[in-house]
Design a protein around this ligand. Structure first.
Ligand SMILES: [Cu+2]
Length: 445
């Protein structure tokens, strides 16, 4: 587990180091405060978030608080990246409801490398509303950063070079909280798992291998109105889910495996061309039942109201179409575009009035899945046409990242009502983002 810290005059020191990754292996990694993954930041809604990033890695670096909605100069826009030896000070008030958020590097062209090497951690916001529900906490609350990496024992485990910009970097080994093939000893009790897909490009279809349901209680922006039992959850990079696992009828010695099931990324051409590792099954986390205890937890009938924009209030629509081009000269390079644009730091791509509700359409016209992430607000997923064809249980409530498979058209209701300024819309496949699948969104009063 990552050490837990509070953003109270917190220093986050980034440096190159070595990390124990489990299984007797040690790897080269980029560390924040010596930890892989980065420390878990726990904060209360309404509290001051005061942290200083000290950059001691040989790259520009800036941190983005994924899912929080701070002022524009606190959001980790790549134009604020600081060089080696420099610092960046974050000071804002946390305005977001209780939920499972996270943070990672947002240095342009280097997000994939930095997250892969270790500059990524979980960020948990707590509030009174959630505490009143009596959900499993303390030892029964398990934050898990799921990632995949390539294991290369000779060159150091976390080696990252010549990334695949077509599919993104997909590893062959699972990591949970920085540990290869993690396992956890558990009681016969109800557990709350806060799960982040912190992978660069891999999508998980998270499920219990015994086929039993998991109880979904929350996603990107906190608790849902009601719990729902689900057989599996699709998680694109950047997405979070909050799940309860009821292990009360398990017996000591039993092993409960969480894994990623096989899936396709589209029908027709996209499905047929799926020859790579995306969608292949993977073991993720082993739960070993170690102790028999009594646990009288009862699921609350209702959880919390996520709020958010009402599509009936929408005053305009925007469309974002995703396409990809292969560079036939280098053969390896693939550019991914939003509305035929490739990211430029100094260009404003969309101007959006503060406080107005809009309907945005995400249309995927190529053969790659794109988990689309919006900064500075959360959106409500209204509909999905094509392929999976519906809004899925884990897409209720409010989201900041939505997975758009090939052939899919996803409509969302958006309203920026936190802060004006320059923010980002981008693909959270980090290699897609790094080659320019990102736009500057100017929120204007
Ligand atoms: Cu993408």
């Amino acid at each position: 587990m990552a050490p837990e810290v509070k953003p109270n005059a917190l220093t986050l020191h980034a440096e190159v180091g070595r990390a124990d990754v489990g299984g007797g292996m040690e790897g080269d990694a980029w560390l924040l405060n010596g930890s892989l993954p980065s420390p878990l930041i726990r904060v209360r809604k309404g509290e001051r978030f005061h942290a200083i990033l000290e950059n001691d890695v040989p790259d520009p670096l800036i941190l983005h608080w994924h899912g929080l909605t701070p002022p524009a100069d606190m959001d980790g826009h790549p134009r604020y990246a600081v060089r080696e030896g420099e610092t960046y000070e974050y000071d804002f008030t946390v305005e977001n409801r209780a939920g499972t958020y996270w943070y990672h590097s947002h240095a342009h062209h280097r997000v994939g490398k930095h997250a892969y090497l270790g500059i990524a951690g979980m960020l948990i916001v707590e509030d009174e509303e959630e505490e009143g529900l009596g959900l499993p906490s303390g030892e029964r609350e398990i934050p898990i950063v799921l990632q995949d990496r390539r294991v290369d024992p000779e060159r150091g485990l976390l080696h990252y070079s010549n990334p695949d910009t077509v599919e993104g970097v997909i590893g062959n080994e699972p990591f949970g909280n920085g540990v290869n093939y993690p396992y956890l000893e558990v009681d016969t009790a109800v557990y709350r798992f806060r799960i982040l897909n912190g992978s660069n490009a891999r999508i998980f279809r998270l499920a219990r291998e015994d086929g039993r349901p998991m109880t979904l209680i929350g996603n990107d922006a906190g608790l849902l109105p009601r719990s729902e039992d689900v057989e599996y959850v699709d998680m694109g990079p950047g997405e979070r889910v909050d799940l309860l696992l009821d292990l009360r009828d398990a017996s000591v010695g039993e092993v409960i495996q969480l894994g990623s099931r096989a899936f396709h990324i589209g029908t027709g051409l996209a499905g047929e061309q799926q020859t790579h590792r995306q969608g292949h099954p993977l073991e993720l986390l082993k739960l070993v039942v170690a102790r028999e205890v009594e646990d009288s937890f009862e699921m609350p009938g209702t959880l919390a109201d996520p709020g958010g924009p009402d599509p009936a209030d929408a005053v305009r629509e925007r469309t974002f179409t995703f396409t990809s081009d292969r560079d036939y000269h280098t053969r390896t390079m693939m550019e991914h575009h939003i509305n035929d644009l490739s990211y430029r730091m100094d260009r404003i791509d969309e101007r959006v009035p503060f406080g107005e509700t809009e309907i945005w359409s995400f249309i995927n016209e190529n053969h790659f899945p794109h988990p689309m992430h919006l900064h500075a607000t959360h959106f409500r997923v209204l509909s999905r046409e094509g392929y999976r064809g519906l809004v899925l249980p884990w897409e209720r409530g409010l989201k900041d990242t939505v997975l758009v498979h090939p052939e899919e058209h996803v409509r969302v209701a958006v309203r920026f009502d936190a802060h004006p300024g320059l923010f980002l819309l981008h693909c959270h496949n980090l290699e897609h983002e790094d080659v320019g699948m990102m736009l500057n969104i100017m929120v204007e009063r």
